[in-house]
Design a protein around this ligand. Sequence first.
Ligand code: SAH
Length: 325
Amino acid sequence: MSFAEELRQRIAAGGISVHDYIAASNAHYYASRDPLGKAGDFTTAPEISQMFGEMVGACLADCFLRAGAPADAAYCELGPGRGTLASDALRLLRGVGFAGPTHFVETSPALRGEQEKRHPTAHWHDDVDALPERPLLVVANEFFDALPTRQFVGEQERRVVLADGAPAFAPEGAVTREESADATAIAARLAAHLARVGGAALVIDYGYAGGEQRDTLQAVRRHERVDPLAHPGEADLTTHVDFGALAEAAQDAGARTSRVISQGNWLETLGLGPRAMTLAGNNPARADDIAAQRRRLSSEEGMGTLFKVMAIHHRGWPVPAGLGQ
Ligand code: SAH
């Protein structure tokens, strides 16, 4: 039986929660393809320009140095996609003497294959619990938004049911609350690790600082928004990340969290502008492209405002650059 038929049967046999629908759809989706880039379904910041990974790398390199350059530190990424961000960030980290291993938390066999091409000596894990007992320099870009979320209409949990032969949401009515226990549980376990062993994590994602009361579920296929119920397992399903909830979970687990700022503000504070100028100076024929990439990463019309950045760190480690009060 195909994935779509099996899911349809589950929906027909009484319905499933939106949480379980997202979990099943994304597990199939990510396991069966590389969804990134022009030929795929969506393009992430590291796939737009090397400058994104360089800013992440510069921020982690600065943290690493200010923390006293612990020799046992490791680079770690949650949901590393094609491994592009890791390549760009590690170039900066290696430049300041970081010599530690690379650890990836990744469940998709297809994407593990892509990552292995660029990082043949990396270590892979299914879960943050398996990360090594070392100080960690962590980045999670567009990872938390792919995790399943519960939705509520008033007190009732929203479900996917069969109505007149087609999948539909029930009960009808506006979503009043979303709750991603999967995301907060991972943030808490990561934070407990950082609080115990040391390190800092940069969380970068679509999202809001807290208090949103609406439906943020969206599906993207071939670079277009589509109906979330129309292509189960064949479209990328995301919800916006509640940074306030992640921060609370991380603090409860013993770590510190930074303020939440927009991606555009953060990248420009870290020096995206001067970096774009240097790159353009070295590649005059690409100057227009590089300027366009910078705008896409940091302008309000691009990813600059919708995407947010927050750090989770050990209390003895510095607040990562650009995220202090
Ligand atoms: N960070 C990359 C890719 C983002 S797409 C980039 O910026 O380009 C989301 C990534 O998270 C993919 O690598 C996907 O396979 C991975 N992923 C999704 N759900 C996961 C889960 N539950 N556990 C581990 N990895 C997951």
